[in-house]
Design a protein around this ligand. Structure first.
Ligand code: GLU
Length: 297
């Protein structure tokens, strides 16, 4: 933890904040999600703004309707109410596809034919640092310089591939970029530390990174608050914003709630789901208290 989180207020002359909570319905919400949602909800409320909900359900393999239903019920139970209809990403695929096409036409994407295994082997052989700041394997650019005719041949042959963003090329278009985090201050965007990210796969014309940037803009979000585990992703989000001509929102990367052993909470840990806590007789007021907050009346 880096100190206590404080809900930010709009700066002088700024409009009331528009915030959001953007869960993926791949499991039941746990106490960490409640913290994130409450943080965003309180920031909007205290500034007289709006709190929005977005369902990040682009991964049709892992997302399930019962988890989406449970998300609405659990938030409602804790006393977290959002403004208007939630945005469901699965209903916006053609918009993401359009944005992807724009990057493709700009010559900023390349097809990557590598499997995870191939990437791991290449990284091991090269002796490079295998993991980026978010502990994911950093793609070493294997397919970046494949000859265009060879690319074409492999695509026509039906080889599976994903679209990756050529970060170095994109950065030469945008020049240096910065973003503002309420706790860290002004940060220079260094998306190269994450490697060239996948922006779309064969059957999904988007990725988390692409969709989150487009949707925060579409929903008019002015403060993106989320866990500090996503701090590093913001470097890339800032680059995508610049490529699409989007004015960046402000960011607040809040503390993560840990379990009693200090470990990060996971959706598979049933004991800390809001559902379970409700079933064993905890009240919404108990949840607020567990998160160090006083429930509003
Ligand atoms: N859908 C992401 C998650 O559940 C959150 C994305 C975000 O807040 O930017 O982890």
């Amino acid at each position: 933890m880096r100190g206590i989180d404080t809900v930010p207020m709009p700066g002088p002359g700024e409009q009331p904040l528009i915030t959001r909570f953007a869960p993926s319905p791949t499991g039941y919400l746990h106490i960490g999600h409640a913290y994130s949602a409450l943080f965003a909800c309180e920031a909007a409320r205290q500034s007289g703004g709006r709190f929005l909900l977005r369902i990040e359900d682009i991964d049709s393999q892992r997302c399930r309707p019962e988890f989406e239903r449970a998300t609405y019920e659990d938030l409602d139970w804790v006393g977290i109410h959002w403004h208007g209809e939630p945005l469901r990403q699965s209903e916006h695929m053609s918009r993401y596809e359009g944005a992807l096409l724009h990057l493709l036409e700009e010559g900023l994407l390349y097809p990557c034919f590598c499997s995870r295994k191939q990437i791991r082997m290449e990284v091991e052989q090269s002796g490079r640092a295998p993991h980026g700041p978010s502990h994911e394997l950093v793609y070493p650019g294997i397919c970046r310089d494949i000859d265009p005719a060879e690319r074409e041949r492999r695509i026509v042959k039906g080889e599976p591939f994903a679209w990756r963003l050529d970060v170095a090329r994109a950065m030469t278009r945008t020049g240096p970029l910065h973003w503002h985090d309420c706790r860290a201050g002004w940060v220079e965007a260094r998306p190269e530390a994450l490697g060239d990210p996948i922006l779309a796969r064969k059957d999904t014309p988007t990725s988390y990174h692409l969709a989150v940037v487009l949707d925060d803009h579409l929903q008019g979000v002015t403060l993106v608050s989320r866990g500090e585990d996503l701090f590093h992703a913001t470097h890339l989000h800032r680059l995508l914003q610049a490529l699409f001509g989007i004015t960046p929102p402000r960011y607040y990367h809040h503390n993560l709630i840990a379990d009693s052993r200090g470990e990060r909470l996971a959706k598979r840990n049933r004991a800390i789901t809001l559902r379970h806590l409700r079933d064993i007789g905890r009240t919404p007021a108990d949840i607020w208290k567990m998160l160090g907050l006083q429930q509003r009346v």
